[in-house]
Design a protein. Structure first.
Length: 698
């Protein structure tokens, strides 16, 4: 037994706590940084991560006031330095406490299980897996070139390749080479949403063996998550395939990180520490000296901008795969001018005719409408009543299937009233349309259409409503793959990543709203969605020459659709970046949002404006910090776009700067200011505040 030492431990601490989340304990036995310990906290016993080990007692605390560590978790090696640095950086950058980030990066069962229960789980982990990859395709010239380029520089890489160009194959090859070259090496593959791409999970497992690969995503049970985490931490699992949370997986031998569909907004966490898993992946790559590969057919403008030529300031290496595998061509894009259609046309005659012809030939089609439910709002023409949610600044959506009005924000669900609640008019009508109505409408319009064998047309819908039950999405996708569906109607859920082999026509029914959104990222999102959707058509090379992507629009000449027609992401990106540059928006500038939730909008804004004023006063006290104010713009508080959700009023304040560093420094000061102000009696109506660094929506 060695002499007692003093250690700093990260424990789960309340959000925003300024101590950085580290608490001091005495430790009667030898521990190392990164080890997991159980410590007393108040009346409880909690899990902690040893952060630093010190030989001398803290000066500002009597030794008797320092409590003792209760136990070290045996059998689990320390979390390595790179992991700890990643956590530390994330906490700092995203303005959260270290303890919160550290503990939420661990599987919940590690916190909750009794030590003896944990010991039992640990017995099961032993051997490291030997990778035995199955033989695969001969690579295309482009694939070979890209893999060779990856050998020639340390990266990070942005793999920009058309849908179906074989990007997945490239990164699986890169993983395979890495793992066979070094029997210890580990690779992390991140995907936006595993539930949407069960195929990829199967593909990776089939390729490398189920024992080699572990998954990490929120759909797993706590026991599965612990098992996967332990396997990765012990180095036994060679590949971790996971969603954004997997960026924090403990992988001591990490040598390669892949971020698939790197443009996907779901890489940004929307609660707690609002981290971007894509950005952290790049940071983590540096810490581990691991190769980072971001891949997309429509990169985020952030990554695209970062992969500009080095002499223009670029920091990523751009790799390009323009061609589809085989003789596969990208679908022909056809635009329908909705100004020329009869009023209130939902599905234009030429599109209907095209759908009919495809179904009669035995081909599959996909219709995309980014709005679920039957109609976004019910309306009384007599008195003007609308199905407003009483708790939110939103309308309740009409769902015909169960005749309910549902708020998609707070969940409030009620039966559809028989008559207008305000004036008693029995004739209340839906306005606008969602996927449910589109499915119904399509069924009526194409009721006479027969499949090649004379059987009736089959229409199916996939969206958040149709897939609520566990396993529903999988079985619905399977029936599309099996050819049991002729026309698939759905939201963006069906546009992402699926390798539908039989679809030859994809149509966006009403994509116009995103063209004129107040969110400056809306066009970028729409373009990515449409390119992704187009990528679903003609994936089977034999069909690709006749495959089509249809867009119905009142603005068919819009630059976005022009670029789509040419499958020209670079042209789209160039024009978007020019606009962003002119308006000083990301990725040219950097943003952060300070948000406040309160019982009233005034209270929410008052906190933000008081914080701004106090911050300016504080920074102006010193010339060094006053200089920061010239680099960071602080905007006045405004209501959020969704101003009220579940009776909570929400306001935000934007901070913007060309310098990430200056913005970070200001946020650091802001944090301190907020802790002071929050305590003042006039702000007691405030429920919570939070900071969102690099927000995805403003
Ligand atoms: P992406 O990720 O770019 O959409 P994938 O890697 O999924 O493309 O490849 C598209 C399809 O082409 C998949 O079915 C894949 O198995 C196949 N494929 C990929 N590379 C090759 C190759 N070199 N030869 C033959 N088929 C390939
Ligand atoms: Zn009415
Ligand atoms: Zn609501």
């Amino acid at each position: 037994m060695s002499t007692p030492c003093w250690i700093e431990v990260a424990v789960q601490t309340p959000a925003h706590s300024q101590v950085g989340g580290l608490l001091i304990y005495q430790c009667p036995f030898l521990v190392r940084p990164g080890q997991l310990v159980r410590v007393p906290l108040g009346q409880r016993e909690v899990l902690g991560v040893v952060w630093t080990v010190q030989g001398v007692a803290p000066q500002d605390m009597p030794a008797s006031a320092v409590r003792s560590v209760l136990a070290v978790l045996e059998g689990i090696g320390p979390l390595d330095t790179s992991w700890r640095l990643l956590v530390q950086f994330s906490a700092q950058y995203y303005q959260r406490s270290l303890g919160e980030v550290a503990l939420s990066a661990l599987p919940p069962q590690l916190r909750d299980l009794r030590p003896e229960q944990l010991a039992r789980r640990l017995k099961k982990h032993t051997d490291r897996c030997v990778v035995q990859a199955l033989p695969t395709h001969a690579l295309s010239e482009e694939q070979n070139r890209v893999l060779a380029q990856m050998q020639q520089s340390p990266g990070p890489f942005l793999l920009f390749g058309s849908t179906g160009s074989g990007k997945t194959e490239v990164y699986l090859q890169a993983v395979e080479r890495m793992l066979t070259a070094d029997p210890q090496a580990q690779a992390l593959i991140m995907v936006p949403e595993i539930n949407l791409t069960p195929q990829l999970e199967e593909r990776v497992q089939a390729r490398f063996g189920t024992a080699t690969v572990v998954s990490m995503h929120s759909g797993m049970t706590p026991a599965q998550r612990l098992k996967a985490w332990l396997a990765a931490h012990a180095g036994q699992a060679r590949i971790v395939l996971g969603t954004r949370m997997a960026v924090f997986a403990s992988m001591p031998q990490l040598q390669l990180i892949v971020v698939d569909e790197e443009h996907d907004p779901s890489y940004k966490q929307q609660e707690g520490a609002r981290y971007s898993a894509r950005d952290l992946a790049v940071y983590r790559g540096r810490l581990h000296n691991a190769t980072v590969l971001l891949a997309s057919a429509t990169p985020s403008l952030e990554s695209w901008h970062l992969s500009r030529p080095v002499n223009e300031g670029g920091r990523y290496v751009r790799l390009h795969m323009p061609s589809r595998i085989g003789t596969g061509l990208l679908p022909k894009v056809r635009r329908v001018d909705m100004n020329k259609q009869a009023r209130r046309t939902v599905l234009s005659p030429p599109l209907l005719a095209a759908l009919q012809a495809r179904v009669e030939r035995g081909e599959q089609c996909m219709l995309l409408l980014n709005r679920r439910g039957y109609a976004p709002v019910l309306h009384c023409a007599d008195c003007g009543w609308k199905s407003q949610c009483k708790h939110c600044s939103a309308f309740r959506v009409f769902h015909k299937i169960d005749r309910t009005l549902r708020c998609h924000h707070c969940g409030l669900t009620e039966r559809v009233p028989r008559a207008c609640p305000d004036c008693g008019n029995a004739d209340i009508a839906p306005i606008g349309r969602g996927t449910e109505q589109l499915e119904e409408h399509l069924g009526e319009l194409l009721a006479h259409v027969k499949r090649p064998d004379g059987s009736p047309i089959r229409i199916a819908r996939i969206d958040a409503d149709s897939t609520r039950l566990k396993g529903a999405l999988q079985s619905q996708l399977a029936s599309v793959h099996a050819g049991e569906v002729d026309i698939l109607v759905g939201t963006q859920m069906i546009a992402k990543g699926h390798d539908f082999r039989r679809i030859t026509l994809v149509a966006a029914v009403n994509p116009d709203t995103a063209l004129f959104s107040s969110d400056f990222r809306a066009p970028e999102r729409l373009f990515a969605l449409l390119m992704q959707a187009a990528g679903r058509a003609g994936r089977d090379a034999a069909q690709s020459a006749t495959s089509e992507m249809w867009v119905q629009s009142f603005h068919p000449q819009h630059a976005l659709f022009e670029a789509l027609k040419k499958h020209d992401y670079p042209a789209f990106a160039a024009s978007e970046l020019a606009e962003r540059t002119a308006a000083d928006l990301p990725p040219i500038s950097h943003q952060a949002l300070l948000r406040a939730d309160a019982r009233s909008q005034e209270a929410a804004q008052a906190l933000l404006n008081a914080a701004r004023q106090a911050l300016e006063e504080l920074l102006n006290e010193d010339t060094a910090t006053a200089n920061l104010l010239t680099q960071v713009s602080l905007y006045p508080a405004v209501p959020m776009a969704m101003q009220r959700v579940a009776d909570v009023e929400r306001a935000q304040m934007l901070l913007e700067s060309p310098s990430r560093m200056a913005l970070q420094k200001v946020l650091w000061h802001l944090h301190g200011v907020l802790h002071q102000i929050r305590k003042q009696p006039e702000h007691k109506g405030v429920i919570r505040w939070l900071v969102d660094v690099d927000p995805q929506a403003i």
